[in-house]
Write a protein that binds this ligand. Structure first.
Ligand code: GCV
Length: 691
């Protein structure tokens, strides 16, 4: 692995790799049924050249053909669309790579097969070809022989997007790896990194990107005007080369701020007419525009509630304006009243998403997708799955997760998030027999709909290594791969990412994999216990502050008193548990059947309550916090053992982060343990130091 390149190019570094017989295919490359001049085909060929030259030292010789030379039928037809298909290769003049369009494959799909020295990439369309080429390059980068490969891949989710929370002054809301590479001083930045970014995204199957923060303020409101159209269009063209649809976040109150109308009422004719004109202009001036993302009626953002209208009124009005151009409106469900008075024990922010959206199920236009955060609160280290997912039965839905580590360690602490995302996708909502997991709902399998998918808040910035902590790139990579193929396991994703990004040395792989696979639980152990969440420094969201929930001026968020802690969300409490289908509703409703990792989210529990482990709640809090710190210390030591085995810069970067993680973990451990010792008056039965 060439460390210097990997530092800047991540898994696309294309440093020298073992040949393993792979080089021979690239000496003779045939392209059939595709136009070499097409922008995406051109990107695929460019990438093939970069990869083959860098990793194998071979320059691909590409010939566009109608029929394969010598009548050699090297291009076997894919047997089926959805399964592994056997290549029916014929003996030919020599090794070759054949890339061909196949009508048997659906758009974005590809198959890669090798037989008798003939490697072929069949693809349903240009984007499929691009993905197929990246698949081949991935194998080479992982130092796997291509001999005998036989895979067919169709993406599981129609939309696979990354959302940037980048502001036009260059800052990034919840950004932990430098400044924005899209914006600077209220201007749009376009440079080499823009193309590298698009390549990285395409290589993991991302097909949509929202470039600006959902909190659209100041200059960002003007992104849909002549002030920025030219550069926005240039940016979107680069994305188009890589099959990535371009999206913008929209200021719902643009009619007031740009249009000079004194209203943003979605039923006001003047508002409707303004948006229709504006959308006509946007789609005319921004090629490759996919549509818009909207945060309304949340955390100070304007929305239809101001005018006594529903969320559906707002979303449908915009959807109608973008419909003639095939555009979509992605409408976020993160709608809640952040000024709620928490002293009223019936008030529950967790209820808000469901309460605000469920009644209008079925009322949304076909080109509206509701984007729903994975949990009912806000990207905590442990939360139940939002009951809106699958709760809505007649509405297009997209899952939103957060790869940016807002509450999970700011890309200082290591926290591999793919195991969490897997749990979310695998969750049974019980919305429909046989097709009830979150993965089913967002792939369109549950309802047979097409406007669905998955989005993540991205963790990139202009740091040289893109993600601050080099290990956080595993999340960047992993989300895309998982969005494309939800059946991949968290471990399989690391089996790809580690050799492509760090080293193929089995010892290095073992250590890095062990750290990453355990990291989420470790982080959870030394932070907030059993699903309670928060306890984090207000606003900044890094570091411990047990009473620190920013919207709660009364210190009652976790409801801790001298007898116990946790929020009663059962039918005797806020009633949140009843927002789920059975049997989830009953399981969550009772303390005995509630999954223990979520116990304090759903119940107010005495410190003396005995958990399934036989430990009391208070002892669990003490033990898990000591364990979490010890585990983090173990990670740091294990990483130290890799000195000399991984690139110097990567080694130093991660070592420095572990230093800060240990400090953070110690603070959390000591503050949480002390707080609950003082509240409960119950000492640690192991007699460890807690003040
Ligand atoms: C973009 C949380 C974050 C905010 C974020 C918001 C959202 O509240 O702290 O920074 O705003 O979620 O998802 O809209």
């Amino acid at each position: 692995m060439d460390g210097k390149k990997a530092w800047k190019q991540l898994w696309l570094a294309y440093g020298k790799k073992k040949d393993l017989g792979n080089g021979k295919y690239f000496e003779n490359v045939w392209l059939k049924g595709f136009d070499a001049e097409d922008r995406m085909v051109n990107s695929a060929l460019q990438e093939l050249k970069l990869g083959a030259e860098g990793m194998l030292g071979v320059t691909p010789q590409v010939k566009q053909v109608e029929v394969a030379p010598n009548g050699d039928k090297c291009l076997a037809e894919a047997a089926s669309n959805d399964d592994k298909c056997a290549a029916e290769a014929q003996p030919g003049a020599g090794a070759a790579l054949c890339m061909e369009k196949s009508e048997k494959l659906s758009p974005e799909s590809y198959s890669v097969q090798e037989n008798g020295g003939k490697l072929q990439i069949l693809a349903g369309d240009e984007k499929g070809l691009l993905y197929g080429v990246f698949h081949v390059l991935r194998q080479i980068s992982m130092e796997k022989s291509l001999a005998g490969i036989a895979v067919t891949c169709t993406p599981d989710n129609p939309l696979r997007t990354y959302n940037h929370w980048d502001n036009m002054d260059g800052s990034i809301e919840r950004g932990y790896s430098g400044k924005s590479f899209f914006f600077e001083n209220d201007d749009i930045v376009i440079n080499d990194r823009t193309r590298d970014y698009a390549r990285l995204m395409a290589s993991i199957g991302i097909n949509g990107v929202v470039i600006n923060n959902v909190n659209v303020k100041q200059a960002a409101t003007w992104l849909i005007t002549d002030r920025y159209f030219e550069k926005v269009a240039q940016l979107s063209e680069i994305f188009a080369d890589y099959g990535i649809k371009f999206f913008l976040s929209l200021n719902y109150a643009a009619t007031i701020e740009l249009g000079g109308i004194d209203s943003a009422d979605p039923l006001d004719e003047r508002v409707i007419a303004w948006w229709k004109e504006k959308m006509k202009e946007c789609f005319a001036k921004i090629p490759n525009l996919g549509g818009f993302l909207v945060k309304a009626d949340s955390e100070g953002r304007p929305g239809p509630f101001t005018y006594g209208r529903t969320q559906a009124d707002g979303a449908n009005m915009l959807a109608e304006a973008v419909r003639p151009y095939g555009g979509i409106i992605i409408w976020r469900c993160f709608v809640y009243n952040c000024r709620q008075d928490w002293r009223d024990y019936k008030t529950d922010r967790a209820r808000a998403g469901y309460d605000n959206f469920i009644q209008m199920d079925g009322d949304y236009a076909e080109n509206v997708i509701l984007q729903i955060k994975n949990g009912p609160m806000d990207f905590q280290i442990r939360e139940p799955i939002s009951p809106l997912l699958g709760g809505l039965q007649k509405t297009n839905q997209m899952l939103e997760v957060q790869v940016a580590q807002e509450y999970t360690g700011h890309q200082i602490d290591v926290c591999y998030l793919i195991p969490m995302f897997k749990e979310i996708l695998d969750f049974h909502t019980y919305c429909k027999p046989g097709a009830d997991t979150v993965a089913d709902v967002i792939s369109g399998r549950t309802m047979g709909n097409k406007n669905t998918g998955i989005a993540a808040v991205i963790n990139t910035g202009n740091d040289e290594n893109w993600t601050g902590n080099y290990l956080a790139a595993a999340n960047l990579y992993g989300f895309g791969r998982l969005a494309f193929q939800t059946s991949l396991s968290a471990e399989e994703i690391l089996d790809e990412w580690i050799p492509m990004s760090i080293s193929s040395d089995p010892e290095v792989i073992k250590v890095v994999k062990d750290i990453l696979l355990r990291s989420r639980e470790t982080y959870e152990k030394y932070t907030s216990p059993l699903g309670i969440g928060w306890m984090v420094t207000p606003h900044d969201h890094y570091g411990c502050s047990v009473d620190g929930y920013e919207y709660d001026r009364w210190g009652t968020y976790h409801r801790a008193d001298h007898l116990g802690m946790g929020v009663d969300r059962s039918d005797k409490g806020t009633g949140y548990a009843q927002q789920y289908y059975e049997p989830n509703a009953s399981a969550y409703n009772s303390m005995e059947s509630c999954p223990e990792e979520l116990l304090l989210f759903f119940h107010h529990v005495p410190y003396t309550y005995v958990l399934k482990t036989g430990k009391t709640l208070i002892q669990h809090i003490y033990d898990s916090h000591f364990e979490g710190y010890d585990e983090a210390e173990g990670f740091a030591k294990a990483w130290d053992g890799l000195e000399g085995k991984v690139d110097v810069q990567v080694f130093a970067n991660v070592k420095e982060r572990f230093g800060r993680q240990l400090y953070n973990a110690r603070e959390w451990r000591d503050q949480v343990n002390t707080y609950f010792y003082r509240k409960s008056g119950i000492p640690d039965e192991k007699g460890r130091t807690i003040y």
